[in-house]
Design a protein around this ligand. Structure first.
Ligand code: TMP
Ligand code: ASP
Length: 241
């Protein structure tokens, strides 16, 4: 039995090999970064929350016919995933204006968008994950126009499923970021994680613009009670089971 090798260490996860070349093990850390790692910290228990919540949501999406890399969750911080080649695009879906959309367009925070907005960012930390145009995606050969269309439709469908799910938990899905990968057979799979790190989630029972925040914006904006917010999201998600 070969000993596991750390293949890659990212800001929030370490990816290890397993005995099966088709399967990798993701270890979820408590390390938190924001603004392209200019801000660093630690959110106690985050690894367990993000791993458990992602596992639950990936299985939910699989049941709805969306292929994901999820394979198993052997422990609270570990997820076995199918090995994929990550598409170098971060796909952001927005339902309500927040974050960089407000900063870059002047649209006021909280504006409900007429229809969901799908955006593509280049997955490159050195460049600060810049927003791409269709032309730049082709120039970088990051994806074909057909893949961009497939990623758009898939992300909109995931938005519908997740939006409905969170609504039932009393949470508004403001926006989120997805990553995809291609497996050995060339199949496109939803990858990475779906968690309070990668989603903006607002508590429907709170109207105060700071109190309602249940996601990583509490860390980004120093709103306090970060750990509590992550735990509350997980509790609501698991209570939905
Ligand atoms: P943004 O408003 O900062 O562009 O973020 C949009 C969504 O993407 C938000 O839900 C947070 C998520 N996100 C990540 O998951 N990773 C990132 O590196 C960034 C910048 C945003
Ligand atoms: N995860 C990103 C980073 O550190 C940014 C963010 O989530 O705000 O760099």
């Amino acid at each position: 039995m070969a000993s596991p090798q750390a293949l890659y260490e990212g800001k929030a996860k370490i990816i290890y090999t397993t005995d099966n070349a088709q399967v990798l093990r993701a270890y979820y850390k408590d390390d938190a970064t924001a603004f392209n790692a200019q801000k660093r910290g630690n959110i106690a228990g985050k690894g367990e929350v993000n791993c458990t919540m992602s596992s639950y949501l990936f299985q939910k999406l699989e049941a709805a016919g969306i292929a994901t890399h999820w394979h198993a969750q052997p422990s609270p911080r570990e997820m076995l995933v199918r090995a994929v080649k990550i598409v170098p695009l971060e796909v952001v879906v927005r339902n309500i204006a927040a974050g960089s959309l407000c900063q870059q367009t002047g649209i006021p925070l909280g504006t409900v968008l007429e229809k969901p907005l799908v955006e593509f960012y280049y997955k490159d930390d050195a460049l600060g994950d810049p927003l791409l145009t269709p032309g730049r995606i082709q120039l970088l050969a990051a994806a074909t126009p057909e893949q961009v269309e497939e990623l758009t439709q898939l992300s909109l469908s995931i938005n519908q499923h997740l939006g409905q799910f969170f609504r039932e938990c009393g949470i508004t899905l403001v926006d989120f970021k997805l990553e995809y990968g291609v497996d050995a057979e060339g199949k496109l799979l939803l990858a990475d994680e779906i968690s309070p790190d990668t989603c903006r989630l607002w508590d429907d029972s709170e109207s105060d613009p700071e109190r309602r925040v249940m996601d990583k914006d509490r860390f980004r904006k120093d709103l306090g009670q970060v750990e509590e917010a992550y735990q509350r999201v997980l509790e609501r998600v698991l209570a939905h089971c």
